[in-house]
Ligand binder design. Structure first.
Ligand code: WTA
Length: 631
């Protein structure tokens, strides 16, 4: 399954296009199956319906844990670095992790969880997060991990959408110098979640928490009641493995569904090849397990390949901005996988904290989550990789399960800001507004995929029609990514950003509609429109235009702004707070009532020289007012 030269990449790519079934069948042989599949692929992008390894039976945890025990039972599987560098970390060998996963799987069973049940996991970045994820997979329960920064309302929405039976959480979380009360947030969420029968709470911060009799139990006490013997549930390749909620251009976040067989094969194959992982290497992915990057490249991909994966609880700037380099030095990290936003924020602090650490263990650097600008790419290359580590700019999405377009470390010639070439099995196509293919090189268009790969989403939970509408209806017969893309003269791909109403703020996906809905819930707000604008560190910032009733309830404008931020935090979470709020008396609308976001975007970008045609607007004067008051 390993590509070692550019020739081998090209051969593999060609084969994956000529005979995808044979190509993926051979790769899937490298895994442990209880029962082999009878047909490798069945698909259409109209319903859509995609099935890989049909009839195959497996359990992903046997691939991530059991099968490594004989050979590398004593090798670290997970190294945990706490938020506070003075607190002792934890190293779990494969045997220890196996033991703990089995125990917690038994705890879930003891609390009524059976195959197919949904379990919501709302935990800090502690080993227990990976343990809980794998324990669900062990017994065939479907995990839905919710990022620890989301609000009670967001948790409740996700729990209700998936009808989760159990929630796994902690008393609190440490993040930098902050302490975040997770359990009390869960308590608030559960007021509106009748499906939840049990809450399992682990101790992290020793924050006092309320424990409801009959519903809430302690993790530490529960694991004492069970054995470490938990046979893995036999799963169909197409049984659901997890749900992960992500933002789109309309409505509430949707639950992207991934299944056991295809996701496993794809996460492991891409981990191994993109990073050119070698046995014994230490892999440090700085993402949170609450996002897809953490699912695929902290937990499943690395563990399926028998790697050592670091889980870091804290933030890059605590206790100082040298923290990443500290961790690289301390654990002799070989592969570092982080986001452009982190690189940009650390760049700003200069080199002092970089230069006083030994980074010579690094072999490969990765970037993910948003386009990486040229300056950040070079800084990463010069100062972290010392011009000797290949940088893999990996483009992919929650929906794709794993990396789709990326250099293969040390093998694909890189070009700053380019995700370069599609991985084997990936067939990109650029189309124009009307869905017509844009052929040749030196062209730009909307990025679609014309053939399924094993990690593609199967549905959106509970609403297959929404999946069809969102991804497969814009351009019939194609999977539409929502991203714009350039293919240069060399056939290299460069992702230029979302072409829909999805923002990418510090690598987090946020729908403009979601933020608007939250703002509109604030008392006195009549209407709002949210757009993105270029932000030096976050990539994109959130700019909100807000119409309020009268004088916004008698408050002064600054206070009202802060109140609106508080509402957005409460409704979605702090990550969705607008960076700028401009009060306006009207919004530029067409006669049919559609907000002209193009104009608002230009004003937010500070580019008001050419706003294009505004004559079709209902009230063109409003544009001048907005321009005059722009922040
Ligand atoms: C963006 C994160 C440019 C893109 C794995 C995509 C990128 C969205 C890159 C998915 C990259 C991700 N270069 N843009 N290397 N990687 N994106 O679902 O707009 O959180 O559609 O998955 O992030 O975000 P998501």
């Amino acid at each position: 399954m390993r590509i070692r030269t550019f020739d081998e990449y090209q051969t593999a790519y060609q084969k994956s296009v000529d005979d995808p079934e044979e190509f993926w069948a051979e790769i899937a042989q490298n895994f442990q199956w209880r029962k082999p599949w009878t047909k490798t692929l069945q698909w259409n992008f109209t319903e859509p319906s995609v099935k890989w390894f049909i009839g195959g039976k497996l359990n992903i945890t046997e691939n991530c844990l059991d099968r490594h025990l004989a050979e590398r039972g004593d090798q670290p599987a997970i190294i945990w670095e706490p938020n506070d560098p003075n607190e002792a970390g934890v190293t779990l060998t494969y045997r220890m992790l196996f033991d703990q996963v089995c125990r917690f799987a038994n705890v879930l069973k003891r609390n009524g969880v059976v195959k197919g049940d949904r379990v919501c996991i709302y935990l800090p970045m502690v080993p227990e997060l990976a343990i809980a994820v794998l324990a669900c997979a062990r017994i065939g329960a479907v995990h839905s991990v919710v990022f620890g920064g989301f609000s009670a309302q967001s948790i409740a929405d996700r729990i209700n959408d998936a009808q989760c039976k159990v929630v796994v959480t902690a008393d609190g979380a440490y993040r930098g110098n902050k302490e975040i009360p997770l359990k009390s947030t869960v308590d608030d969420a559960l007021i509106g979640c009748p499906s939840v029968q049990k809450v399992i709470v682990m101790t992290r911060t020793r924050t006092p928490v309320s424990m409801l009799k009959g519903r809430d139990v302690w993790w530490e006490q529960e694991v004492k009641q069970v054995t470490a013997d938990c046979p893995a549930e036999e799963m169909d390749a197409e049984d659901m493995l997890f749900i992960l909620y992500t933002s789109g251009s309309t409505g509430k976040p949707k639950g992207v569904v991934h299944t056991c067989g295809g996701y496993m094969v794809y996460a492991a194959y891409t981990f191994q090849n993109v990073f050119q992982y070698e046995p014994g290497q230490i892999h440090f992915c700085t993402a949170d397990i609450g996002w897809i990057t953490g699912h695929s490249y902290i937990v499943y991909g690395p563990l399926a390949c028998g790697a050592t994966s670091i889980i870091f609880e804290g933030v890059p700037t605590y206790p100082d901005y040298g923290r990443f380099w500290d961790i690289v030095d301390k654990y002799k990290v070989n592969i570092l996988y982080t986001a452009p936003t982190a690189i940009r924020s650390l760049m700003g602090f200069g080199l002092e904290k970089v230069d006083n650490h030994d980074l010579s263990s690094l072999d490969v650097l990765g970037s993910v989550g948003e386009p990486i600008n040229e300056e950040a790419w070079h800084w990463y290359d010069d100062h972290i990789g010392k011009n000797r580590c290949p940088i893999v700019d990996t483009w992919w999405q929650t929906e794709t399960g794993g990396i789709l377009i990326s250099p293969i470390a040390g093998i694909t010639k890189t070009k700053p800001t380019y995700a370069t070439l599609p991985l084997p099995g990936v067939q990109p196509i650029l189309v124009d507004e009307n869905g017509k293919e844009i052929e040749g090189n030196g062209v730009s268009g909307n990025l679609c995929m014309k053939f399924p790969w094993p990690g593609i989403l199967r549905t959106t939970y509970g609403d297959h029609e929404r999946c069809r509408q969102t991804y497969f209806a814009t351009y019939p017969g194609l999977y539409f990514t929502g991203d714009g893309c350039l293919r240069d003269e060399d056939g290299y791909y460069r992702i230029t950003g979302r072409v829909d109403d999805v923002l990418n703020v510090s690598g987090h996906r946020i729908g403009t509609a979601e933020v608007e809905n939250a703002i509109n819930m604030h008392t006195g707000v009549v209407e709002s429109a949210v757009v993105g604008y270029p932000h030096d560190i976050k990539g994109q910032g959130i700019y909100a235009y807000v119409i309020t009733e009268g004088d916004a309830g008698g408050h002064d404008a600054e206070l009202t702004k802060r109140d609106i931020l508080a509402t957005v935090s409460r409704v979605i979470g702090p990550i969705a707070k607008p960076d700028k709020i401009q009060f306006v008396s009207g919004l530029p609308k067409t006669r049919s009532g559609k907000i002209m976001r193009r104009i608002l975007r230009k004003i937010a970008e500070g580019d008001t020289s050419n706003l294009g045609d505004t004559t079709t607007l209902l009230d063109p004067a409003v544009v001048d007012e907005i321009k005059a008051g722009a922040l």
